[in-house]
Design a binder for this molecule. Structure first.
Ligand code: NAI
Length: 830
């Protein structure tokens, strides 16, 4: 008797499309003369055999357990999931439904394998990655056919795009493993990495995740998508065959519950996820406060901008690749066509003509353009969104021919008369559906392009390189393709801005996602969160310098938009030294003050537009003005924290030096030019993240603030900072330094008050793009949880850092977190 099957398909709605004849059955009239052939350019089916893959499945009784610790788990008695062929609906195989217990065993296997894997060193791991690359190449056709059967994508794409890119990723990352010790000095692997991947590029997503993780020295537990686990299982077999050490790569199949168990496992050090924004959000919440690393590659609604001087015939082919590649089941699909008004009609005519000639059919037919949609449930989702589009007043157009009636197919579809705020213009459809809108001016094009919460990719089409290169930096997304689309390579980072997630995959950028800085000499002895009762006066040996600071009754305000502003609450808080001496009062910032500061920071966008050289000059000037008042700030430190005068002077001088460091970096934290395999370049541009909230630690109240704010400012971000909760008067003294240093209004805003509540408010704010939090672990957890709403980037720390030590208190780690990388692909030549 067969084990029970949890069948995901049984409750699935059937397609709402009317039954249609397969276009493969009668693609075109049979040509009867050479002249006809030239007229029609007609061609017949070119089927690829699936016999070797079927034989492989049959040998395994089409039933698979998990691959854990170098062994296959038994399937007898296990709950199994049916895996179906999207093109026919027939069952291909059954795979085990992973449980929390399976995840437990897999994580333990990965943990056990870690020491030896790390001991191998970069060269040792490079050899294994190289062996995997070679194995993938040797079995390329097998993987390609299996992928097409499992996912429904055309063999032309799996053969020519997916599998070659998979091998390329392993080769490229064999290289990073080899270079690890020199190129990523001072960094080490996270440890055990949990990876959850989607169904749209099953093996490619595996490669994007597994190759960098292993290269960096992590071990892996991977959970593939329930619809498409077969190539991952075949990959596990390959890993086994080449003798990859047991436990280095573990595979647990199953649905989202297995993914959730992996995310929740306490012994996993980092989670890497690609999939829907909704699940990405839930993973952000689930990992909040755990200290796990996290990278998320989520959905998109990428614009495809066509300017009136574009070569429209090339544009048409570009659109085909943008939205009908992989049936539109592509996170970065160019699903919003934005066309300059003057050429819209001409382009749409050409496009409809081209759509009429697209071929949809068996994924194993080498002459089809589009294969099957992954599952009936996905067809139903696509249809439901198309129905909403029609209900909302848009015009739907589909070619005259029919898609195959059997299996999960959906025709290429285009919507016109689409309002920018309508559902189909905002929501990821994840199918072969294009929505089109028009614009008049380049500014309008940019506004429309940025008018969704996503920010994954964009294509810009224009024969005017000045225009294209002017538009690219204005688009809020992680990848821009100029006169091209859907180009990917292992050497160029891929990943999003805003709600498309964070982290990069590919290239040097991607390697950082699997590495952590060493802190051997940097762990601060004291906790970041200072317990007031535990802080003994540090200055008994050396009494505080006489107080020449303002009288107690002067209450500093907040600093918002370049001006001092009264706190909205009307409350102040009393600041005392650790020995209990009353030093002064500061305004108690609240939600309204945060709102005002964020607004001011957005209005201060001019700071981001300055050149690095200009920002450097202002940071140098700030350092200069602080140094003029160094003694005063040192006295304030002594007065506030009861520290010894030399310690206070050391902190002030370190703060001045730190401002110099980031002034120095402002025009030097360059991007890169990636060597992508085409005639062209991919420019990895470092762009500011936008408006960043910063919650500062109590130890080193001046240096902590400067260390966090200065790299962000150097990179062109605008900052809303909450200075040390216990010793905020250092920051309020800084207002006058800022005012005399030409720091533009809105670039740096300071709000005094309670760190944890203000951190949460900043993390909840939809117009804040990132939050850095250094404080208590519960404060960090609240920030990470609240950040899920708009998926802002967070950097939280509660373990302490020796801010005085420049090896850990400043440098590239801070700069890397201050920017997001945009890869701009620029093909050139013929
Ligand atoms: P999904 O996000 O639910 O699935 C992706 C992966 O996450 C799968 O391996 C799944 O088993 C796993 N998963 C599901 N729930 C989980 C949880 N709570 N914790 C951990 N792992 C979990 O995507 P789904 O349901 O397959 O597709 C739904 C929609 O998501 C699609 O219509 C499409 O719009 C979007 N999508 C976007 C992708 C992208 O790359 N941007 C990829 C796949 C889907």
């Amino acid at each position: 008797m067969l084990p029970p099957i949890a069948n995901r398909w049984s409750d699935v709605m059937t397609s709402t499309l009317p039954p249609q004849e397969s276009m493969l059955e009668a693609p075109h009239p049979k040509p009867d003369s050479v002249r006809d052939i030239f007229d029609h350019m007609s061609y017949g089916p070119a089927p690829e055999t699936d016999a070797p893959v079927r034989a492989w499945l049959a040998e395994r009784h089409s039933t698979f357990g998990h691959y854990i610790g170098g062994r296959w788990t038994p399937t007898s008695g296990a709950a199994l999931l049916a895996v179906q062929n999207p093109a026919t609906g027939a069952e291909l195989a059954r795979v085990a439904q992973g449980t929390a217990a399976d995840i437990d065993v897999a994580v333990a296997a990965a943990r056990a394998a870690l020491p030896d894997w790390q001991k191998l060193g970069g060269h040792g791991r490079a050899r294994w990655l190289y062996a995997l690359a070679r194995g993938l190449q040797k079995h390329a056709r097998h993987f390609a056919v299996l992928e097409s059967l499992d996912n429904g994508k055309p063999i032309r794409e799996t053969r020519d795009i997916d599998i070659p890119l998979v091998a390329r990723h392993f080769y490229h990352h064999a290289g990073w493993a080899q270079l690890l010790e020199s190129e990523f000095a001072g960094h080490h692997a996270y440890g055990v990495v949990g990876q959850v991947i989607p169904w749209n590029f099953p093996l490619l997503m595996l490669a994007w995740k597994v190759a960098p993780a292993l290269a960096a020295g992590n071990t892996v537990v991977l959970k593939p998508a329930e619809f498409t686990p077969l190539t991952a299982l075949r990959f596990a077999e390959l890993a086994h065959d080449i003798g990859l050490p047991p436990g280095v790569f573990n595979l647990v199949t199953g649905d989202g519950t297995a993914g959730a168990a992996l995310v929740a496992h306490p012994d996993v050090d980092k989670i890497a996820f690609t999939g829907s924004t909704e699940v990405g959000r839930s993973i952000r919440v689930a990992t909040a406060g755990t200290g796990k690393g996290l990278s998320l590659e989520l959905g998109g609604k990428s614009p495809f901008l066509v300017f009136e001087d574009a070569d429209l015939d090339s544009v048409v082919e570009g659109v085909v690749d943008a939205i009908w590649f992989n049936q539109g089941e592509v996170c970065c699909a160019g699903s919003r066509l934005l066309v300059q008004e003057g050429v819209a009609d001409a382009l749409l005519d050409k496009l409809r003509d081209r759509m009429e000639r697209l071929r949809v059919g068996s994924p194993l037919d080498k002459s089809v353009d589009m294969g099957a949609i992954v599952a009936p449930v996905q067809v139903a989702r696509i249809q439901a969104l198309c129905d909403v589009g029609v209900q909302e007043g848009a015009t739907c157009w589909q070619p005259s021919w029919a898609v195959p009636a059997q299996g999960s197919f959906f025709p290429p579809t285009i919507f016109t008369n689409v309002a920018p705020s309508s559902t189909i213009a905002q929501v990821e459809i994840f199918g072969p559906v294009l929505v089109s809108m028009t614009f008049r001016t380049p500014d309008e094009a940019v506004a429309l392009a940025n008018n969704t919460p996503f920010g994954l990719a964009a294509s810009v089409w224009s024969e005017n390189i000045n225009l294209a290169l002017d538009i690219a930096p204005k688009l809020k997304c992680g990848v821009v393709w100029i006169n091209s689309t859907n180009l990917f390579d292992a050497s160029a980072g891929f990943g999003g801005y805003r709600e498309s997630g964070f982290g990069r995959e590919g290239g040097r950028e991607g390697m950082w996602e699997y590495l952590k800085p060493e802190r051997a000499h940097g762990e601060a002895p004291s906790p970041v969160f200072v317990d007031p009762d535990a802080t003994a006066p540090r200055s008994e040996a050396e009494p505080a310098t006489p107080d020449v600071l303002p009288a107690i009754d002067r209450t500093p305000k907040l600093f918002i938009g370049g001006k001092q502003a009264r706190p909205d609450s009307g409350y102040t808080r009393c600041i005392t030294s650790p020995s209990g001496r009353r030093i002064g009062e500061v305004g108690e910032g609240n939600r309204k003050d945060v709102r005002n500061a964020v607004e001011a920071a957005h209005a201060g966008a001019g700071w981001s537009a300055l050149t690095g050289h200009q920002r450097a000059q202002i940071l140098y000037y700030l350092a200069e003005n602080l140094s003029v008042r160094a003694d005063e700030f040192a006295r304030r430190l002594v007065q506030l924290t009861d520290c010894a005068a030399p310690a206070a002077h050391a902190e002030v001088h370190a703060s001045i030096s730190r401002l110099f460091t980031y002034a120095a970096w402002a025009d030097k934290h360059d991007g890169a030019v990636h060597d992508v395999p085409m005639r062209g370049v991919a420019l990895a541009m470092h762009e500011p993240i936008g408006v960043v909230g910063v919650l500062c630690p109590d130890p080193y109240p001046l240096l902590g603030l400067v260390s966090l704010v200065a790299p962000l400012l150097a990179a062109g971000n605008r900052v809303v900072a909450v200075p040390s909760e216990r010793f905020p008067l250092l920051a309020t003294d800084l207002y006058s330094v800022l005012e005399t240093s030409d720091v533009p209004a809105g670039a740096l805003n300071l709000i005094t008050g309670p760190r944890d509540p203000l951190g949460k408010v900043l993390a909840e704010h939809d117009d804040v793009d990132a939050v850095w939090f250094v404080g208590s672990s519960h404060g960090a957890k609240a920030v990470e949880q609240a950040s899920a709403a708009n998926l802002k980037r967070t950097w939280t720390e509660w373990t302490g850092r020796e801010w005085l030590d420049p090896r850990v208190g400043e440098g590239r780690e801070f700069l890397r977190r201050s920017v997001q990388v945009k890869n701009i692909w620029i093909p050139y030549g013929a």
